[in-house]
Design a protein. Sequence first.
Length: 131
Amino acid sequence: MMQELLTAVFGYALVGILWGCSNPFIKHAQSETNSNVKSESKTTMWETICRLVSNPRMFVPFLINQSGSFVYYYLLSSEPVSRASPICNALTFLFTAITGYLWFGEEVKNPVLLCIGILFVLVGVLISVRQ
């Protein structure tokens, strides 16, 4: 019982970290790509895929993000979706905010509210896992 709980908690945390930490990198790589690309009204899907694969600053975080999806689907084989989905998404939000702030220096308008929000997310995750 305890080992199953620890495995689930590790899985939730891993998904949250993989998704959340890769989101700001994808966002910033995409904004750099959009600023470097001239205003093209129409791009084909093939051109978009080639641009993604040829840019390691976007492709590596994308692969990390997709590995989080792989872990998430594996986690769903043993955990109920009604618990796994909100916990993973809450942790993703948490790690996205922390990574954006620490790595990219994204502006935090009210750090106190951010800390309170993080605390609420962690308490909610704790309550959900213990049930």
